[in-house]
Design a binder for this molecule. Structure first.
Ligand SMILES: [Zn+2]
Length: 212
């Protein structure tokens, strides 16, 4: 059984089934990593390094191993001013559109801003909120606007249950749990078998990242 992991910072054991999330600081990557997403994390941004990060990303996003842009996003609790975060995030959105890649988003207390931006920018590429831990109501708002939601080790069970199965992803992020145990936990929450869940998420992956 294959367990697709849409967002991890761990060197994946089954490299072909995970998207390793990589930043400028992680580069160069070891050869065993075959698929990655590249982004600019809002926590790493400052007024003075934003252009350097951006140049690196534009250059790197051309590589065939890059299957998504991210993580990038907005964080009201940590990082530089929201103005700077917003500026860099918008550039990442345009890059994802230009390269026809899905966008993996870090979001903390910024659902309204992200929904507003999605309405304004009308991206064709899918937007995936990673590590979703919010309440059911926030999940529903995102879903109403076509977002995908990815869940990791910690989440609210009723939020996960509100997500249609074709909008759902799972991830390890920085957790010490294996992706397999995250699938087991989620399958339990959803009242389905882990095989059925893995099959469904694999279908979602094929839709969003067909060249995987
Ligand atoms: Zn992450």
């Amino acid at each position: 059984m294959k367990y697709f992991d849409i967002h991890t910072h761990q060197r994946p054991q089954q490299a072909t089934e995970a998207v390793f999330s990589c930043f400028k600081e992680d580069y160069p990557l070891s050869e065993e990593i075959v698929r990655y997403s590249m982004g600019i994390h809002p926590w790493h941004l400052t007024e003075s390094n934003a252009d350097g990060h951006w140049q690196w990303l534009v250059e790197m996003a051309n590589r065939p191993q890059v299957v998504a842009i991210g993580e990038c996003g907005l964080d009201k609790l940590k990082g530089p001013s929201l103005v700077l975060q917003m500026d860099v995030f918008k550039r990442c959105v345009l890059l994802a559109e230009e390269r026809s890649l899905p966008l993996i988003i870090h979001a903390v207390k910024c659902s309204n801003e992200l929904i507003r931006l999605k309405k304004e920018l009308r991206p064709v590429q899918p937007w995936i909120i990673h590590g979703f831990r919010g309440k059911k109501e926030v999940a529903q708002e995102y879903l109403k606007h076509g977002f995908y939601l990815s869940f990791g080790e910690h989440y609210q069970e009723e939020s996960m249950r509100t997500v249609p199965l074709d909008k759902l992803f799972l991830e390890t992020d920085e957790s010490s749990l294996s992706i397999e145990s995250i699938y087991q936990k989620a399958a339990h929450t959803l009242g389905m078998s882990v095989e059925e869940l893995a099959r469904q998420i694999s279908k979602n992956r094929q839709k969003l990242i067909p060249g995987f």
